[in-house]
Design a protein. Structure first.
Length: 286
């Protein structure tokens, strides 16, 4: 990273006033700095500023060159899942690639329009038998959402244009996996009511926490029963939590699947269809 002009000049002048020949020629005090012994308008001070400016310009050019080389290497990095994910997120709906390239000309496109055209907000890639599967989603109200048919069609055309030869790319654009959650919560009656309402805030902390845990999972993130239990167990007024059932299913599946331990959503994200919580008063004394 390039130093500032002031930093470069300070290094040069500090070494200058330490030279024996300079001290002898100018009659300098070795204990004083350059600025303490030379005027701001002196020819020496002006020359050092000019030299420092020239060095600063050279260092900035080196930084720019390094950045361009790193960017070129990144653009030429093929055959990695990260490359496919980055290219998927770079897709711009309603725009055309520069001919014979894998990028867009956005020099005359406002930043707001660029952001609006990048409809793929979530993407994750996996590979199996030379097939690259890419889960994608848009975003609505801060949550993953389904892309439209026309957006997916344009995305598929874009990926077929830029993908590596011989590699099949499959785009997976699915509605959220549905989830049913059932819990038994043993509560402290001094802090929670029989229906789970907090006596201090009138909210329902158990329901809110369950929704927060599921909603805040990273895209294609793993759901774990233990994570949800830990979040609920940490709530004031919750003494014991027991899992009575967690079931999931994709939108096109007929049957529900019990979650034993953990589950990764087929679509990349979940939607809670039902949340059942049975509250029982906790007592340590029989």
């Amino acid at each position: 990273m390039a130093r500032t002009i002031e930093e470069i000049k300070a290094d040069m002048t500090a070494n200058f006033v330490k030279q024996r020949a300079v001290i002898s020629a100018y009659g300098l005090d070795g204990k004083k700095t350059f600025d303490q012994q030379f005027s701001r308008v002196s020819i020496e001070n002006i020359l050092f500023y000019v030299f420092a400016t020239a060095l600063w310009t050279l260092e900035k050019l080196f930084d720019l060159h390094s950045s361009e080389v790193e960017e070129r290497i990144e653009q030429l990095e093929p055959h990695t899942l990260r490359w496919y994910v980055n290219k998927t997120k770079a897709f711009m709906y309603g725009h055309k690639l520069v001919p014979d390239t894998d990028y867009y000309d956005t020099s005359n496109v406002p930043d707001a329009d660029i952001e609006a055209a990048k409809v793929v907000k979530y993407a994750v890639a996996s590979e199996s038998n030379t097939v690259v599967y890419i889960k994608v989603a848009g975003e609505k109200e801060g949550k993953p959402s389904l892309l439209t048919d026309s957006q997916v069609a344009a995305l598929r055309s874009y990926m077929n244009t830029i993908k590596d030869a011989g590699v099949s790319v499959q785009i997976r654009n699915e509605q959220a996996d549905l989830m049913r959650i059932s819990r038994v919560v043993y509560y402290d009656p001094t802090l929670l009511s029989a229906d789970g309402t907090s006596l201090s805030s009138n909210g329902k902390p158990v329901d809110d926490t369950v929704k927060s845990v599921i909603t805040n999972l990273p895209f294609n993130g793993m759901y774990r029963n233990t994570d949800l239990l830990a979040a609920l167990q940490a709530l004031p007024g919750v003494e014991v939590v027991d899992i009575t059932g967690v079931q999931v299913k994709t939108r096109n599946a007929e049957d529900w699947t019990d979650v034993v331990g953990f589950n990764r959503p087929y679509s990349g994200y979940y939607e809670i269809e039902s949340l059942n919580v049975e509250y029982k008063q906790y007592s340590a004394v029989e």
